[in-house]
Write a protein that binds this ligand. Structure first.
Ligand code: IMP
Ligand code: MG
Length: 183
């Protein structure tokens, strides 16, 4: 039975524990460490706000000066539970990614609109390579818009909060992943 948390009068059905999240982060960090073994510098590009929790946890595990950290702020939801499909980025123009090995880190792959847009934009900076890591992959039947190189875990196609995922900018810092029941 799923653990049920009640916060602000709402019900949160825990579907991934903080311990399982920690294990998945470690698994991804190990894969990244192995794959970039012979790379001198890797630019971790975190997609804010959602990607922050995953990227902080990953950087703790990676703990190597060759992983540099930069951020862009993306927004595609307008405080609702449905993606609008329109994605805006702040902070992209200040980045110098020419010839860099870029690893984009985001919270979740849902429709893929955010990552498809971001990769398209980043490609114009002529990086050497671009890979993508997401903590959660929503199980959906649609075709992939972008290739994801690292996935923490698959999750069901429901509205989720915690570990970076928000509902109206709240609940991002819950250490577990939960389905938010909105009735
Ligand atoms: P996309 O649809 O793949 O572009 O995902 C866009 C963004 O929507 C993700 O990076 C998340 O920040 C957010 N998102 C997608 N699914 C959920 C969810 O279940 N809860 C909260 N935010 C979500
Ligand atoms: Mg996001």
């Amino acid at each position: 039975m799923a653990k049920i948390h009640e916060i602000d009068g709402l019900q949160f059905h825990e579907i991934v524990s903080s311990q399982q999240i920690g294990q998945a982060v470690k698994k991804v960090a190990d894969q990244i460490t192995a794959d970039y073994q012979s790379t001198n510098k890797v630019v971790i590009l975190t997609v804010l706000e959602g990607g922050r929790n995953f990227s902080d946890a990953l950087l703790d595990e990676l703990a190597d000066a060759k992983f540099e950290h930069v951020e862009v702020k993306a927004s595609s939801y307008n405080g609702t539970t449905k993606s609008t499909g329109i994605v805006r980025f702040e902070g992209l123009m200040q980045l110098n990614l020419l010839g860099c090995d870029v690893l984009i880190v985001d919270d979740i792959y849902d429709t893929g609109a955010t990552l498809a847009n971001l990769i398209f934009k980043i490609t114009s900076f002529c990086p050497r390579s671009v890979k993508v890591a997401v903590m959660f992959d929503k199980k959906r039947s649609h075709d992939r818009k972008v290739k994801i190189n690292y996935i923490g875990m698959e999750v069901p196609d429901v509205f989720l909060v915690g570990f970076g995922l928000d509902y109206q900018e709240k609940y991002r810092d819950l250490p577990f992943l939960a389905q938010l029941i909105l009735e």
